[in-house]
Design a protein around this ligand. Structure first.
Ligand SMILES: [Zn+2]
Length: 134
């Protein structure tokens, strides 16, 4: 699963400020998250780091009841595709909401949360999650 990402130190520092960083393609204008070197839509390189809107809405979601081994004990949880303001789509866990309360079209906002207390190399891993917007 790609959403359980390990974030380097500089990103952890930024996480405190709740910034959501993606990449913008200079050729076709697509915005992707997370940032990467090559545009998945047109194959161009040199994507620019851009700050993404923190708010969006749930496009679709799945309730995970049989998680990968690292997440056993946290089920059930919800993984959703969130369309941010501006159109970039992010695959991430939802938090602060019960699975039965999730709806398509629900407005959500990004927060940084721990994914795991400790990874095998002893580093706390952070990632984006979304919670209902108030
Ligand atoms: Zn592109």
């Amino acid at each position: 699963m790609v959403w359980a990402e390990s974030v380097p130190r500089v990103w952890r520092e930024r996480a405190k400020k709740y910034r959501l960083l993606g990449g913008k393609c200079p050729a076709c204008g697509s915005v992707v998250y997370p940032h990467r070197q090559v545009c998945p839509y047109c194959g161009s390189e040199g994507l620019q780091l851009v700050e993404l809107p923190r708010k969006g809405r749930v496009i679709s979601y799945t309730v995970i009841r049989h998680p990968p081994s690292d997440f056993v004990g946290k089920e059930p949880y919800v993984v959703a595709i969130v369309e941010l303001e501006g159109g970039a789509r992010v695959l991430a866990q939802l938090t602060d909401v019960k699975p039965e309360e999730v709806r398509e079209g629900m407005e959500v906002e990004a927060v940084f949360r721990r994914y795991r207390e400790q990874s095998p190399d002893g580093i706390i891993e952070y990632g984006i999650k979304f919670r209902p917007a108030h």
